[in-house]
Design a protein around this ligand. Structure first.
Ligand code: NAP
Length: 378
């Protein structure tokens, strides 16, 4: 079916190029466990109307927030609608992704067929093959595929931007200063290591215990990590003195928290007087416990960070940060998180597509092992 509709792609229509055809999406009509509620939906994509572009998806990751939306436990969730037809209202999963413009309606400036773009906002619904969008939904990628691949572009707007902002917004770190973080091998953590190293900051990176710790530590060190430690090392009082010696003569004023639980308490203990602990994730699904002494005697400050809030309030600033990040990716100075590709090919049956996607969701649920699951269209 897609092969048939692909034949219609790019057909000139009065100077405007149009695309229409069947499209596929991973949707849900109720919140719940992803493997139980996700299903495949087929819908007809009309040609782009006035002010619209038709886009073909090239890549879309499975991020923790996407899964939390499907589960119904994330504060921002897409509405269930019948905009895509069907018997019942559904929401399309996924927030981040990279698209190619395959049709341009009348009155659209700044986007042409063949351009690539990423989503400007969350909630677009990116786990699909095609969609109609407006120029306001998209940020054009100012580089070609040889410089920034679709996979790289598909993960740049959330995690690296979050790391960028957290390293800048809370503490005016100076070159040589340290920061410490949990979940250091996450997408955000890897971006923080690389951006931090670029700006001259040293980092202490906490990861969960694992048999292949040495290999992971080597990988993160190659990205620019100064030290990599396990959660159990961090929990060990003796080892915490080792960390204090690493930091001696400098300051550790910023902690980035991806997890919650004991490791968060332990990175807070490492902070210098007046230090700031910024929580952006809760991967361990455990509360944050801070001993009163850290407030009283060390004047520790706790913050939360949510990229969506900042991006909605500062759209121009977000675009400027993204422009900088695209440049770093294009020059090979910001490496993306390792990716497992869940590939949708033209001609695949609905059952095959759903199977491939469910496989990626299962891999996500089993634990990231430092890799991002990504839907890729070939
Ligand atoms: P990711 O690349 O999928 O990596 C997930 C990370 O979480 C890995 O380091 C993983 O470690 C760790 N992890 C998983 N389960 C854990 C557990 N039970 N205890 C401790 N660590 C665990 O993640 P990401 O896309 O970077 O996102 C990381 C977090 O940041 C998520 O909570 C996400 O929602 C959040 N986030 C927030 C914002 C914001 O604006 N606040 C923006 C972006 C991301 P292993 O390798 O050991 O499994």
């Amino acid at each position: 079916m897609l092969a048939r509709t692909a034949a219609r792609f790019g057909r000139p229509l009065g100077g405007i190029r149009s695309y229409s055809g069947d499209a596929k999406a991973v949707v849900y009509s109720q919140h719940g466990r992803p493997l139980e509620v996700l299903k495949l939906h087929t819908y007809r994509l009309p040609a782009a109307g006035a002010g619209q572009v038709a886009v073909k998806f090239l890549s879309a990751p499975i991020n923790p927030a996407d899964i939390n939306q499907v589960e119904g436990v994330y504060p921002l969730r897409p509405a269930f609608t019948q905009a895509l037809g069907g018997d019942e209202p559904v929401a399309v999963g996924g927030n981040e992704g990279c698209v190619e413009i395959v049709g341009v309606g009348p009155g659209v400036d700044g986007l042409a067929v063949g351009d690539r773009a990423i989503m400007r906002h969350t909630l677009f619904g990116t786990w699909r093959t095609h969609a109609l969008a407006t120029a306001a939904d998209l940020i054009r990628i100012p580089y070609g595929p040889a410089e920034v691949s679709a996979v790289q572009a598909g993960t740049v707007s959330v995690n690296p931007t979050t790391a960028y902002q957290m390293l800048r917004e809370f503490v005016a770190l100076a070159p040589g200063d340290f920061f410490i973080q949990t979940g250091a091998n996450s997408g955000v953590g890897r971006a923080a290591i690389q951006l931090g190293a670029r700006w001259g900051f040293r980092s202490i990176n906490v990861v969960r215990d694992r048999p292949d710790f040495d290999a992971l530590a080597a990988e993160l060190t190659a990205l620019g990590a100064t030290h990599v430690v396990t959660e159990s090392q961090l929990a060990d009082k003796g080892f915490r003195n080792v960390i204090k010696q690493w930091v001696a003569g400098s300051k550790l004023r910023l902690g980035l928290n991806c997890t919650g639980g004991a490791s968060t308490t332990n990175i807070a203990r490492q902070l210098s007087e007046g230090g700031h602990l910024v929580t952006y994730g809760g991967m361990a699904r455990q509360p944050i416990t801070i001993p009163p002494s850290l407030f009283i005697f060390k004047d520790i400050h706790l913050h939360g960070y949510w990229l969506s809030r900042w991006a909605d309030a500062n759209p121009a600033a977000k675009e400027a940060v993204l422009g900088e990040l695209f440049g770093l990716v294009a020059r090979g100075e910001l490496r993306d998180v390792p990716v497992d590709r869940a590939v949708w090919r033209d001609g695949m049956s609905d059952a095959e597509r759903l199977d491939v996607f469910r496989g990626a969701v299962s891999a996500y649920i089993e634990g990231s092992k430092g890799r991002k699951q990504m839907l890729v269209h070939e």
